[in-house]
Design a protein around this ligand. Structure first.
Ligand code: AMP
Ligand code: MG
Length: 488
């Protein structure tokens, strides 16, 4: 449901700034289905006016008019420090269709652009587009991406690049930062309106709770705890887990310098600009927890309306303490399934932790290892397993495999059934950086076929797709260190 808070203190009514000579770079027919866009045989919209709308050059298609485009204000903590007011500096919310908000990223300057130019470059738009759709296909909640429209418009970053507009869909783009904004500026009526809007449109079950705002808070925490466990389970590093990049619906959002782990390193940092490693892979759960603490502070005035300050703090602190429990439970369930365990055994977590340590020590490819683990047969001996060759310390991994094979005996599924269940949770295809990089370089040379091909492959991440085997393989060392920074 569209962001319906109105007023100069909440948003700026603003139309996108047009771009010259727009052209399609990518289009997701699956996202298009969400809002009922009719497509031609080539997979692009039948109505050519959609290109103009998704470029930010028009507000009208044949059966729809966007009458009230806006940019919204939010605030937030960036890299652990209060950054004050931010806002949609380059994203413009066109409006709502079929229960989805349609937003254009890179659609020109707004009141909240600060020092920025309101644009996004082709490179970062391709990354956001592909990863949004890849996450969705993995079964991980995410804002969706509908299209990338390119333009020859020059944009200055470290070098001169060209502009692109990525269109995104979500039931709501409300972030933790929206709450922080109204709480920090002491606009408590607005804060309440925002919470009411979120409950009404997205968390109606909270209305039945004794304390609807507390329940809303707990549910936002819970969704984000589950989300971060899902990220860990596929080796996804977000890169910039600032509180303004965290969704109030528990969706993955704000794709910037993200990365999937190739060769596993527990403290991997995907964002070149994050020199302190604040957002390293293993710190993501803790960082999400601290973002939920920021949200708790913002919720204080709402909870205080029904009790005193000390009591409100205690209530919120208790709710926040729920986060690590939900996270741990989800993480354990997911990793048990990744190893093919349906029943639960007290030694499982130790077994998983030993594996993770061994994978880290040998820098084993995260995705392909788990995928191949599904092919292990119960009657095999550790020394027969090809997978052992990926580890430097063979005696250690043989010992682990011995315990693993023993543990599999507790499972009732046979090898074939277990493999098919493991293949449904251990993806074969993820958006590896080097794959995105090839699609970007081709697109920068005017060839967009690889964007579409990758989108197609990543939309079925759990399928074998034998013809695309190469896309499942870890990059050679020479391609592993693609640096991705905040500049986008
Ligand atoms: P991000 O690091 O992408 O989460 O962005 C942080 C803030 O900077 C948000 O308020 C963005 O809207 C804003 N921002 C980032 N890049 C630009 C840009 N090129 N032009 C205007 N605002 C931007
Ligand atoms: Mg952001």
């Amino acid at each position: 449901m569209a962001f319906t808070l109105d007023g100069d203190d909440v948003c700026q009514p603003i139309s996108p700034t047009p771009i010259p000579d727009p052209y399609w770079v990518g289009f997701s027919s699956s996202a298009a289905q969400l809002i009922g866009i009719e497509l031609s045989d080539d997979g692009y919209p039948r109505d050519p006016q959609w290109l103009e709308v998704l470029a930010g050059n028009s507000l009208e298609v044949s059966n729809h008019q966007f009458t009230n485009p806006i940019a919204t204000v939010y605030s937030g903590h960036q890299f652990g420090v209060w950054a004050g007011q931010l806002g949609d500096g380059r994203a413009i919310l066109l409006g709502e269709i079929a229960g989805q908000e349609l937003q254009l990223k890179g659609a020109g300057m707004t009141r909240y652009s600060r020092m920025g130019d309101g644009r996004a470059v082709l490179r970062s738009s391709i990354r956001e587009f592909l990863c949004s759709e890849a996450m969705h296909a993995l079964g991980i909640p995410s804002t969706r991406a509908l299209s990338i429209v390119g333009s020859p418009l020059p944009v200055r970053r470290e070098t001169m690049e060209t502009a692109a507009v990525c269109s995104r869909l979500a039931p709501s783009f409300i972030r933790i930062g929206h709450f922080e904004h109204f709480a920090s500026s002491q606009q408590y009526v607005r804060l309440k309106e925002l919470a009411d809007l979120l409950i009404r449109n997205h968390y109606p079950e909270c209305l039945n709770a004794e304390q609807p705002y507390l329940d809303l808070y707990s549910k936002i925490c819970e969704r984000n705890a589950i989300l971060v466990a899902q990220w860990q389970s596929v080796g996804f590093c977000h890169g910039v887990l600032n509180s303004d990049n965290i969704s109030a619906l528990g969706l993955t959002m704000a794709y910037g310098p993200f990365g999937f782990l190739d060769h596993f390193q527990i403290d991997h940092v995907c964002n070149h600009s994050d020199q302190a490693g604040r957002y390293a892979y293993h710190r993501q759960p803790q960082i999400m927890h601290s973002n939920m603490a920021c949200l708790a502070s913002a919720f204080l005035p709402l909870i205080e309306s029904s009790c005193d300050e000390a009591k409100a703090q205690t209530i919120l602190r208790d709710a926040l303490e729920h986060f690590p429990r939900v996270y741990a439970k989800t993480w354990q369930t997911l990793f048990r399934s990744k190893l093919g365990f349906e029943v639960s055994h007290e030694n499982d977590i130790g077994l998983i932790e030993r594996l993770i340590q061994a994978m880290h020590d040998s820098r084993v490819d995260f995705t392909s290892f788990f995928r191949q683990l599904g092919s292990v047969r119960q009657e095999q001996k550790p020394a027969e397993l090809l997978l052992r060759d990926q580890f430097i310390d063979r005696p250690l991994i043989d010992c682990w495999f011995g315990d693993y094979l023993e543990r599999l005996k507790l499972e009732s599924s046979d090898d074939i059934k277990r493999k098919s269940k493991m293949n449904a949770i251990n993806p074969k295809y993820i958006l590896r950086n080097h794959l995105a990089q090839t699609a970007i370089e081709n697109a920068q040379n005017g060839d967009y076929a690889e964007v579409s091909r990758l989108l197609r492959i990543l939309s079925k991440p759990y399928d074998e797709q034998a013809e695309y085997e190469d896309y499942s393989i870890a990059p050679p060392d020479s391609l592993q260190k693609i640096a991705v920074s905040c500049s986008s």
